[in-house]
Design a protein around this ligand. Structure first.
Ligand code: ATP
Ligand code: MG
Length: 699
């Protein structure tokens, strides 16, 4: 009975041109020797009776599959198969149904491994159909009396010695594994196979396997399959590769190599959301993508996370940011993000984790502690979503600049991961939320780099200094600490639901998002009187956040009052402008420090450069008149270091140069100059006192 079912089910998936696909001659690996298969044989007393194999182990090993497979034109279909392929579920996922109905039937027909109840024997494969592969989802009794363990079996013939006749040889290749469909991307590249297999725990799972994993000796592929729980005969390597390439399934599915939009649908590692979700699947050379995990409920998320963002504009902004990723493409907006800056223990990581909870669990958050390349890999998995980067101080300051650029560019270097997964993923974008105790500019300066305007506008610094750290309203909690801890706890309990709910609505929302964004951008709040180019770019970012938050509210996901997201975006925009032009950035502090030093010591620790000034104690330098009637201070190295104490010396010099206080460095990077003072040559740092004041007040 089971066999009939298998044949019928197989026919519609693998109907075609079997004869055109001869098996490829393989390296004659001794597939049976020393494997679980052999043990099973030894246990199976019926084997010798039926197959007529000699009893000696040596003979058994020798006869294994040395048959010239290439000459056998007629290869039967690979049974059994439930023909399920990939189809969209009500929720829009393109995953293969977990347990096929067929397997259930077979399960019922056969009575588990023990075989206590009576089994129906299936005919063994006739000699003229060999070699061929067959898949048995469960233990199967052959009419020869032999019981086959579940899995893919190669039914071949022995290579006889001398005068002997070839005899049938059945060898186990791996656990039950069906090849459901062929996959390829929109450009007819990155071909793959949609596999469905049973893991050691007895559960079915599916995986779109990139064909390129079959290259070389295929060890990466075997590694991935083993890790996912498929059992393999370690000696049947070539046979497994041959099985996987034996024929091309007729069913075709488009694969997406990265998370994010794929035409009108949105692809997540384990689900595809949108009106035509059934024809698309996520294909990756790597198995685990725990970033997009789900837990708890949307209601729970709304009550314990979203509700607490009301009256807390920074928190609300961070949550809006989580919904902004999918809108980047819909509105043709450049990638970029926010960087929350503030003292330790103010709740920055807390609101970042809350933002992550829109998409996934604790594994979603990334750390800045990564090279630019690792970051690109992350961005491929988080494409069109949120990229949450915690704690900028963990990153090598010299790399921050490159990372910020690569994040904003949406283009990665051509690079392959171990399994080749990220190779084709060279374009991506995400909305970024980052945290740290220092601004992007300050961190870059630590690494001896100057922030370029393009970098400053990619990650907008937002001061996380509200009434209670990041928060304004504690929602009945006694302290900021209590609120922070409650939010962190809730994020581990309820996550991954809100983002999917948002996508379910967004993929069906055909309104002109770009037009809606334009209308928001035109609001007076985003167009202050003296706005420059950078203000406009920043304003667009905040307008996008307003759009994202308001949409999420309209879709019933946040439970926020109308306009709450818009208000938070306006507050964020103002906070960014205040910080950028405001009085507490490091540049201003450096200039003030130096000006204060000159005020206190300008007359006592400096003297006219023409005199030798022997009376000066703790000399910090000399001065000479500059061309505008002021003083040009010639600091000695110790004097300038003392004046800039508390700042990184090199970084402070960069700041001073950028403000025109000290001259540009020489070609060799030398900043001090040789001057003739009091008749001798000394190395000094010339500091223009007037520039110091002029810039200090202005910027
Ligand atoms: N607004 C707040 N007021 C008081 N305590 C807070 C506040 N926010 C967080 N905390 C406390 O600080 C702890 C760390 O929170 P969180 O990780 O969000 O801080 P952070 O701002 O990221 O700090 P750091 O800069 O050190 O990473 C929390 O467990 C909580 O005890
Ligand atoms: Mg933190």
């Amino acid at each position: 009975m089971a066999n009939d079912l298998l044949d019928t089910a197989t026919a519609d998936l693998f109907g075609a041109d079997v004869a055109d696909v001869p098996l490829i001659e393989a390296n004659p690996a001794p597939i049976l020797a020393g494997t679980a298969e052999r043990e099973e044989r030894e246990l199976n007393s019926s084997l010798k009776n039926v197959s007529g194999l000699g009893a000696a182990e040596d003979a058994e090993a020798d006869c294994a599959l040395l048959h010239p497979f290439g000459d056998v034109p007629d290869v039967p279909d690979v049974p059994p198969n439930n023909g399920a392929g990939s189809s969209g579920t009500a929720g829009g996922t393109a995953d293969v149904p977990d347990v096929p109905a067929l397997a259930d039937l077979i399960e019922a027909a056969t009575a588990g491994e023990g075989g206590d109840t009576e089994e129906t024997a299936v005919p063994s494969v006739p000699e003229d159909e060999r070699p061929c592969f067959k898949v048995y989802d469960d233990w199967t009794l052959l009419d020869t009396g032999r019981r086959l363990r579940p899995g893919v079996w190669l039914h071949g013939m022995s290579k006889p010695k001398k005068e002997e006749m070839p005899v049938p040889v059945d060898s186990w290749v791996c656990g039950p594994l069906h090849i459901e469909a062929q996959t390829f991307d929109g450009g007819e590249n990155n071909f793959g196979r949609l596999l469905r297999f049973k893991n050691t725990a007895g559960r079915w799972r599916s995986w779109a396997m990139p064909m390129e994993l079959l290259k070389g000796d295929g060890s990466d592929l075997r590694g991935e399959l083993l890790a996912m729980g498929l059992e393999l005969d370690p000696l049947a390597r070539q046979t497994l590769a041959r099985y996987l390439q034996e024929r091309t399934p007729k069913k075709r599915i488009r694969c997406a190599l990265q998370v994010g939009w794929c035409g009108g649908v949105f692809v997540l590692p384990d689900a595809v959301i949108g009106p035509n979700a059934a024809g698309v699947i996520f294909q990756s050379g790597e198995r685990s993508h725990d970033e997009h995990g789900q837990a708890g409920t949307l209601d729970g998320w709304q009550a314990e996370i979203a509700a607490r963002a009301v009256e807390n504009p920074l928190f609300l902004l961070a949550l809006s940011a989580a919904f902004a990723g999918p809108l980047l493409k819909r509105t043709n907006t450049e990638g970029g993000g926010l960087h929350f800056v503030g003292d330790s223990s103010t709740g920055k990581t807390t609101i970042l984790e809350a933002a992550c909870s829109v998409w996934g669990g604790p594994g979603y958050r990334r750390s800045w502690r990564a090279t630019a390349n690792g970051m690109e890999g992350a961005a491929a998995l988080l494409n069109d979503c949120l990229l949450a980067l915690d704690e900028i101080s963990e990153c090598d300051p010299r790399e921050v600049g490159a990372i910020v650029y690569s994040l904003g560019n949406g283009r990665g270097k051509q690079r392959a991961s171990r399994t080749g997964a990220a190779r084709s993923v060279t374009r991506w974008q995400a909305f970024i939320v980052s945290t740290g105790e220092r601004t992007i500019g300050t961190t870059m300066m630590e690494g001896g780099q100057r922030t370029k305007a393009g970098q400053a506008v990619r990650l907008l610094d937002i001061p996380a200094a509200r009434r209670f750290g990041c928060f304004d309203e504690l929602h009945g909690m006694a302290t900021g600490t209590a609120l922070s801890d409650a939010i962190k706890r809730a994020a581990t309990q309820h996550h991954g639901r809100a983002g999917r709910a948002f996508l379910e609505r967004l993929t069906h929302d055909e309104r002109d998002m770009a037009g809606m964004l334009e209308r928001l951008k035109a609001l007076p709040a985003f167009n202050p009187a003296e706005a420059e180019g950078q203000d406009k770019r920043a304003a667009s970012r905040f307008a996008l956040l307003a759009l994202a938050g308001e949409l999420a509210t309209e879709y019933g996901i946040t439970g926020w009052p109308e306009q709450a997201a818009l208000d938070a975006a306006v507050i964020g925009f103002q906070a960014w402008r205040t910080m950028r032009g405001g009085g507490n950035d490091e540049r201003r502090q450096i200039l003030d420090k130096l000006a204060g030093f000159l005020e206190r010591h300008g007359d006592s620790r400096f003297s006219d450069w023409t005199a030798d000034g022997a009376a000066i104690r703790d000399r910090a330098g000399w001065w000479k008149p500059d061309d505008v009637g002021g003083r040009l201070y010639l600091f000695n190295a110790d004097g300038l270091r003392e004046a800039l104490k508390g700042f990184d010396f090199k970084r402070a010099l960069d700041v001073l140069e950028s403000c025109g206080v000290i001259p540009k460095a020489s070609a060799t990077g030398e900043r001090s100059k040789t001057e003739n003072v009091g008749g001798r040559k000394v190395r000094v740092y010339p500091v223009r006192a007037d520039a110091l004041h002029g810039v200090g007040n202005g910027a």
